[in-house]
Ligand binder design. Structure first.
Ligand code: MLT
Length: 310
């Protein structure tokens, strides 16, 4: 069985492939879509992160492919209907990078509320902006969490540790479960109206695209801060820009963008926006976890026809 790894992946995962009898591994990163299309027919398994775009064009050329494994969570770079139609299994690794991503969301919230990037940038310009960069405490503030899945639930517990009041909206989770976990379950409208900080932890779906739009910002508290370490496009970027310029939103911490890398994005011209280049899952630990998980999953599927989703 031949497996292609087409994005950079943790060595621990590559070693699992290399040490597995009956598996031949090729690591070829940075392929153009044409190059991938030309060689994909040789492979039984494909392991990717976010850079490789597995379009229907690639899938049509994948005459031997049985499984696509995404080392990470988001599957927005795979045409799942096209793969399913061809009988190709598509897997992600939902557990491997959740804590890392939750920690990044908290780091972004703290950096935003205490102006840490602005403090660093101005100090490096030999400026002492002590008066201009006064922040806000998180203690006793209300954090509205949209999405109580693997990542959202860790963010909730970390925020509770910071003594924030955590309120949660997730239409796919019962209020009973949210309340049993120690949080308040609210409607989306209530979350908008009551939150001092709002953090997003849902996938990008039709139902979540532009969820935070002009109408949503209008419902929010004056001076709310927004954190997005989920997916670009869940926030309407133009509406967020207007809400920041008007002062309704006091700041935004963005790890993800509608287009990545963002080119000429007006949000990045605002002082009240802090940003990272989709670093949510970028820790050594998480990248090892997802690489190991995806290797085990692909091998289990190819050799034993077994599905693991770790
Ligand atoms: C994920 O979906 O796993 C994260 O966003 C990480 C990534 O895409 O690099």
């Amino acid at each position: 069985m031949k497996v292609l790894v087409s994005d950079k992946m943790g060595e621990a995962g590559l070693d699992i492939f290399r040490n597995e009898e009956g598996i031949e591994l090729d690591v070829k990163t940075g392929l153009s879509p044409e190059e991938l299309k030309e060689i994909i027919g040789q492979y039984d398994g494909l392991a990717i992160r976010s850079a490789t775009k597995v379009t229907s064009d690639i899938i049509n050329a994948a005459t031997n492919l049985k499984v696509i494994g995404r080392a990470g969570i988001g599957l927005d770079n795979v045409d799942i209907p096209a793969a399913t139609q061809k009988g190709i299994a598509v897997m992600n690794t939902p557990g491997g990078n959740t804590r890392t991503t939750a920690e990044h969301a908290i780091a972004m919230m703290m950096s935003l509320t205490r102006n840490i990037p602005q403090g660093t940038a101005t100090l490096k310009q030999s400026l002492w902006e002590k008066k201009n960069l006064q922040g806000r405490e998180l203690f006793d503030k209300t954090l509205g969490l949209i999405g109580f899945g693997n990542i959202g639930s860790i963010v909730a517990s970390l925020a509770q540790g910071l003594k924030m009041k955590v309120i949660i909206f997730d239409p796919n989770v019962t209020c009973e479960h949210i309340e049993k976990s120690g949080y308040e379950c609210v409607t989306l409208e209530e979350l908008y109206q009551r939150s001092d900080y709002i953090t997003i932890h849902v996938p990008k779906l039709e139902s979540t695209t532009n969820l935070l739009n002009k109408a949503a910002f209008e419902m929010m508290k004056q001076g709310v801060m927004i954190i997005n370490c989920a997916r670009g496009g869940i926030i309407h970027e133009g509406d967020l820009y207007d809400a920041i310029v008007s002062g309704k939103v006091a700041g935004a911490a963005l790890d993800v963008f509608e287009t990545e890398p963002p080119k000429g994005n007006p949000l990045l011209t605002l002082d009240r926006v802090i940003a990272t280049p989709h670093l949510g899952a970028s820790t050594q630990e998480a990248q090892t976890n997802v690489a190991v998980a995806v290797a085990n999953q692909i091998i289990a599927y190819l050799k034993y026809n077994t599905i693991i989703n770790a």
